[in-house]
Design a protein around this ligand. Structure first.
Ligand code: NDP
Length: 304
């Protein structure tokens, strides 16, 4: 099996995968996609269940997405995952979109059923399961600060809202996007839960003074920005503003500590990176494709 397939390979299919036994019928589409750990995780799951198909990486750029999706449908693929830059763009090419994915406005999992593309989004639920696994708490009991307002933030903020979290604060470099997201979620927070003098739902600017003010009224801080993807990046919130009562979750996944997790530990807080979210969103995708429970232990072992 090749490390990375391209649109040209799909156009020439099945020749490029002739040597792959079992055949490739699942994959991840993205650009870049070389860093993705999904193939090792999903292939371990497939193998452990005795399913005779394989999962591969496909480097597909924005302009190639419609052609690639059309080919996958014709080539009898079972499904795919989507990563940057396709999650939002893919919506318009689906034959059918699950209600939750439509609310988020992004698709990360496609199931191909009788030649029809069905879109789902497992990021929010995967996040919720990751928080339970890492910190033994449920979102409904937490006051959450989400850093960022892009695709991952939308999935996470909506999940927090649906699970009726105590409080949700959204901070983003472009404050308008944080404000828009908070507005969309307003109805979820209109209920009777009352929590002292601070608002239950709030958008705040990406500023040190705003972070400092919020920290005392927050339990969980989630980084959904790309700050920390580069090992030389500083922590999105400096260690001196963090506090020991916090749980810090960085959606960036890494085998070493991300800058945000390092800052958490330096301040005495608990911290975890996005490997657990990757695992759970992938397990949920597996369940959509095969309508059976995912082999979590095998998938987790492949990631570690
Ligand atoms: P988007 O491009 O949609 O959003 C990026 C966000 O990062 C925006 O809010 C943007 O702010 C912010 N940002 C970028 N640069 C800076 C900066 N220098 N300072 C402050 N804010 C910045 O990306 P996604 O939401 O799709 O993905 C974001 C992250 O989530 C990725 O790092 C990815 O690894 C992670 N992720 C992890 C998953 C997992 O399973 N573990 C699953 C999905 C995503 P602005 O609006 O101002 O541009």
């Amino acid at each position: 099996m090749k490390e990375i397939y391209t649109l040209k390979d799909l156009q020439d299919w099945p020749r490029p995968q002739k040597k792959s036994v079992p055949p490739i019928r699942l994959g991840i589409l993205g650009d870049p996609v070389a860093h993705s750990l999904s193939p090792q995780m999903q292939n371990a799951g497939l193998e452990s269940c005795g399913l005779k198909l394989r999962y591969a990486r496909f480097e597909i750029d924005s302009g190639e997405l419609p052609t690639a999706l059309d080919l996958l449908r014709k080539l009898d693929f079972a499904g795919v995952n989507l990563t940057v830059p396709h999650k939002i763009a893919a919506l318009e090419f689906m034959d059918d979109v699950d209600e939750h994915a439509r609310q988020i406005g992004a698709v990360n999992t496609i199931k191909i059923d009788d030649g029809k593309l069905r879109g789902f989004n497992t990021d929010g639920k995967g996040f919720s399961r990751a928080i339970r696994e890492e910190f033994s708490v449920d979102l409904r009991d937490l006051r959450v600060l989400v850093l960022g307002a892009g695709g991952a933030a939308r999935a996470i903020a909506l999940q927090c809202a649906k699970e009726n979290c105590e409080r949700l604060v959204i901070a983003n470099r472009t404050i308008e996007k944080a404000g828009d997201l908070a507005k969309e979620l307003r109805d979820f927070f209109a209920g009777p839960k009352v929590f002292g003098p601070v608002p239950r739902l709030q958008a705040i600017p990406w500023e040190e003074s705003a972070f400092r003010f919020q920290i005392a009224n927050i339990d969980l801080v989630v980084n959904t920005t790309s700050v920390g993807l580069n090992r030389a990046d500083a922590s999105p919130i400096p260690a001196r503003l963090l506090a020991p009562h916090l749980m810090i979750y960085d959606t960036i996944y890494s085998s070493v500590r991300t800058p945000f997790v390092s800052a958490a530990l330096e301040s005495g807080a608990r911290g975890a990176n996005g490997l657990s979210m990757l695992l759970h969103q992938g397990a949920l995708a597996f369940e959509i494709w095969f309508e059976r429970e995912a082999p979590l232990d095998a998938m987790r072992a492949a990631l570690l």
